[in-house]
Design a protein around this ligand. Sequence first.
Ligand SMILES: NC(=O)c1ccc[n+]([C@@H]2O[C@H](COP(=O)([O-])OP(=O)(O)OC[C@H]3O[C@@H](n4cnc5c(N)ncnc54)[C@H](OP(=O)(O)O)[C@@H]3O)[C@@H](O)[C@H]2O)c1
Length: 307
Amino acid sequence: MEKILITGATGNVGLSMLKLLADKNFADVEVVAAVRDIERAKSIEGISNCTFCHFEFDEPSSYDKALSGVTKLVLIRPNQVSDVSRYIFPFLARAEAMGVKHIVFVSIVGAERNRIFANHRTENHVKKLSVPTTILRPSLYMQNLSTLHRQDILVHDKINIPAGHGLVNYIDVRDVAEAIVAVLMNPSHEHDSYEITGPEPLDFYQIAKLFSDELGREIKYAKPSTIRFVRQKLLEKKQLLYVFTLSLLYAAARGGKMNYTNDVFKTLTGHDPRSIAEFIKENRECWIRTGNEEVKKTRRRLIRRRK
Ligand SMILES: NC(=O)c1ccc[n+]([C@@H]2O[C@H](COP(=O)([O-])OP(=O)(O)OC[C@H]3O[C@@H](n4cnc5c(N)ncnc54)[C@H](OP(=O)(O)O)[C@@H]3O)[C@@H](O)[C@H]2O)c1
């Protein structure tokens, strides 16, 4: 019997994992979602075939109960938990002491090279544990476009990402979840590290065109500077470290360092990853304006004209 514990279980990747594991319904596998608010997690649509346990990285008293009997741990580090020595390492020490047999750590593209990333420090730490670990480094999530960048597209018809003419190979979090499950259920991936990308790198002019074609209105690529992007996201009260990390990744894209594709996802799962065009099509409602947003946009346009 395997018992899988997933942290960050109500987030982008975690939720996709819970849904995928529910669909797959593996025999002799118990799935436990480590969540901060059990009642809220239970009310999320589409989650079944799993149990919930209360867990907070900043609450060490929650560690042992969550880890009890766990054989496999999927470590998703929330962006908010950046002091990894204080919260992630002690949790991993308990996982090791309590007999976890395999850890899959969801890192991020470029983390092995960027010492400033919290995931870099976590990667180095998990490699030193006695527990076999697999590290996955996904490229940027398509879901950033429906979360962090949603308002810019929805209200302003703009993609505000400081990547210049650089290309990015976005991946869908559902594919990240599938890659995690593939490495989690196959011991041959223990001690390996994999970078996973989407099917093709595109620049943001091409991505804006895909949005325009799907939404039936023109979406422009604003090509902001990094400073402008950071300032705007901080005004929107987005978390500093998350915005900073993304800025570094977009700077790498601007320098041509994200312009590649690998076939790791296909090797792990046997099929191609989802394309960004599919993602936009499936989620188009997210960027369709309701009456309220139309009113807001018209009001803004009038104010701009008066100025
Ligand atoms: N965004 C990207 O493009 C990208 C690309 C590759 C890798 N990554 C990596 O992916 C990770 C984030 O994954 P994600 O996007 O799936 O996460 P997410 O959607 O931001 O969700 C964060 C999850 O962590 C939980 N959480 C927050 N604070 C917590 C705490 N103190 N204790 C326990 N749980 C807590 C949240 O629970 P609540 O529901 O209670 O808030 C939520 O389930 C980061 O390590 C990032 O570096 C991101």
